[in-house]
Design a binder for this molecule. Sequence first.
Ligand SMILES: Nc1ncnc2c1ncn2[C@@H]1O[C@H](COP(=O)(O)OP(=O)(O)O)[C@@H](O)[C@H]1O
Ligand SMILES: [Mg+2]
Length: 347
Amino acid sequence: MTPYALECINLSKAFGQLSVLEDVTFGVEAGQLTALLGPSGCGKTTLLRLIAGFEQPDSGVIIINGRVVADQQREVPAEQRRVGMVFQEYALFQHLDVAGNIAFGLRGSPRQKQARASELLALVGLTGLEKRMPYELSGGQQQRVALARALAPRPEILLLDEPFSNLDAALRIQLRAEVKAILKSTGTTCIFVTHDQEEALSFADQVAVMLGGRILQVAPPQQIYHHPASLEVAEFVGESNRLTGHASGGTVTCLLGEVSTASPMRGPVDVLIRPEALSLHPANGQQPHGHITWREFYGHDQRLGVVLSDGTSLVVRLGPEDAFEVGQEVSIRLAAPAMIFPRHAGD
Ligand SMILES: Nc1ncnc2c1ncn2[C@@H]1O[C@H](COP(=O)(O)OP(=O)(O)O)[C@@H](O)[C@H]1O
Ligand SMILES: [Mg+2]
């Protein structure tokens, strides 16, 4: 028995000469919300299409609730996988009204279908709009209908492919909170594709980081952010300052002084420091020091650029109350743990 609702094992897929997915392995627990985070073109949609059954992997295995749906011998058709998918562009049927769109994939008598469509409309907060046509709906409403349509046949797995990317920022935040509440209330297992880090970190139970057709780490958001598995993940997820350092035993020496490491290492290392892990102090003669070159105020916090006396540029994130001015001389300190990655020959 697998504890996973979905397992992808060593999936690979190429289109002609172009290798798009390489050895993709990860699992999703039942009822969990997984964000698939990666830049445009890294293979996210292709991975969803393999899971949904719209494409066949070149190699590897896909298991949904213990049932192999794709491997070298088998290919369970998309309509038998109990996987729902919401596409980036809403892809509603333009000739069907809202109720018709939601009922489209349902079986049963007209009365049963209608009852289920009404249930789903209530769930997504669109009761009363049954008879509207897609072109009579706002973008947010269309996306709610697309979600209702995908959920109507009670899928075991729901795949959302950048579902909010066409919406404005405020609606996007509201809708993703609503979608999360709906998914949790129905206990639906979900993979949610995004290239927006903040969305991935804030929305998901676990984040799968994908770069260049490979999944580099699957972990809860805090772990991805504070304990990235590699330099690549650390630099892709969240902002960071990168310094070189030298490790000896349990200590790393870098421009900002000595940093202790969790595991003993030796030799050259990269030291990655989140902007909020640095603190600034009025120049007090202590090293290292530099001066502030720019400042961006966001309301809830602020970002500042500091150039050290040796020319190194750092980004610092401070609370909204700290009053430093551009041009001001400051001392800088490491106020929280840094992330250390050994450098390999050729790095
Ligand atoms: N059917 C296809 N035929 C050829 N190339 C494709 C096909 N689908 C996707 N690709 C290519 O595969 C790569 C990954 O695409 P995609 O999975 O859509 O990435 P993402 O969703 O992460 O932006 C891209 O280079 C894309 O052009
Ligand atoms: Mg895509």
